[in-house]
Design a protein around this ligand. Structure first.
Ligand SMILES: C[S@@+](CC[C@H](N)C(=O)[O-])C[C@H]1O[C@@H](n2cnc3c(N)ncnc32)[C@H](O)[C@@H]1O
Ligand code: SF4
Length: 328
């Protein structure tokens, strides 16, 4: 076994770290964050950029090759391009990507690209401005401008993430597909996960994406496709076109056996699984002056806590964190 690699007790190699750089957000997607939520992490508890860089360096020494910045809304964190620049400079890190709602992207796209962010995932559940306002409490136009700015700044690939909700946006998939096809984006459909009360309430509108896939298959030939950094999504290309669609199906067909990731939240705790509470606090260790070798030993120990699988189906009541706290 490679000495410089992180393995969990199920024998899975962990080479991907997601970092939630803030638990704050300027939108309020109904399935993610409660409308009136204000109980954010205290700034004194946020990891500084230097602390994040230290943790990432330790992970990279242990074989991590991919980092995604997420949140909350990562662009809400002040000076994000500076953090991106710090991380992109780490030798051995092959891939720095970002998940964003793009409300603030128009002003930041060039800075983030220049800092070294290449791949972008964007939440977009509909192209209807009124429905968008209903789902997110935000303005669609700003988001579309942000996405266009990202495209022009050279982010590639750009993937559009859509949580499919029965009776809300399940009839909007064709319009989103056409929007993505015109711009060479990939559309990824996501099943609602019972994260926190918001996620659990949203299960009332749950759509099994196997049904959506069957309906698409009745109209198009779907050819299985591969994408770099594919993670839990299963991708297909619409025959005769360059259009790609991905399905993230944690409830109808999970793929925990290939999970390669852990998540660091803004308060410096490492979470082993979106759908479980296994966690390992790192912030106080850093602030109490541990050395780099010791830090790596802690990461190796933390990984032993990684559970075999989530239990979104069996125990939907289990996870009390909203998605915005851990970062999707
Ligand atoms: C938590 S957001 C963070 C990054 C950024 N704010 C954004 O929206 O892209 C990451 C992803 O999580 C998804 N998400 C949030 N809550 C969810 C839930 N309960 N079930 C499934 N996906 C969820 C969002 O749709 C989004 O694509
Ligand atoms: S999904 Fe993203 S944009 Fe929507 S509330 Fe959650 S963190 Fe904010």
């Amino acid at each position: 076994m490679d000495e410089k690699a992180l393995f969990d007790t199920s024998g899975r190699q962990i080479n991907y770290l997601r970092i939630s750089v803030t638990d704050r957000c300027d939108l309020r997607c109904g399935y993610c964050m409660p409308k009136a939520f204000k109980d954010y992490a205290e700034p004194a508890d946020w990891l500084s950029f230097d602390e994040i860089e230290r943790i990432v360096r330790a992970f990279v020494d242990l074989g991590v090759r991919h980092v995604r910045l997420t949140g909350g809304e990562p662009l809400v964190r002040k000076n994000l391009p500076l953090l991106a620049h710090q991380l992109a400079g780490i030798k051995g890190l092959d891939d720095l990507s970002l998940s964003s709602n793009c409300t603030r992207m128009a002003a930041m796209a060039h800075g983030l690209r220049k800092a070294g962010v290449q791949r972008l995932n964007v939440s977009l559940d509909t192209l209807d401005p009124d429905l968008f306002q209903e789902i997110t409490a935000g303005k669609l136009q700003k988001v579309l401008e942000g996405i266009e700015a990202a495209r022009q700044a050279g982010f590639f690939p750009i993937r559009i993430n859509t949580v499919v909700m029965k009776g809300i946006n399940d009839q909007h998939i064709d319009a989103l597909l056409a929007y993505c096809a015109e711009r060479d984006f990939t559309l990824r459909l996501i099943e609602t996960m019972p994260m926190g009360d918001t996620g659990r309430q949203a299960l009332e509108r749950f759509v099994d994406l196997q049904e959506v896939k069957r309906s698409l298959e009745s109209r198009h030939d779907l050819i299985p496709d591969m994408l770099p950094g594919a993670g839990p999504a299963r991708y297909y290309r619409l025959s005769g076109t360059k259009t790609r669609i991905g399905f993230i199906t944690p409830l109808s067909q999970h793929c925990c056996e290939t999970c390669n990731r852990v998540r660091l939240i803004v308060e410096g705790t490492l979470h082993m699984c979106l759908g479980q509470e296994h966690a390992y606090p790192l912030r106080d260790l850093l602030r109490n002056g541990i050395g780099n070798t010791e830090l790596k030993q802690h990461l190796i120990k933390a990984l032993l806590l990684k559970p075999e699988k989530h239990e979104f189906r069996e125990r939907p009541e289990k996870v009390i964190r909203f998605m915005s706290m851990t970062g999707g």
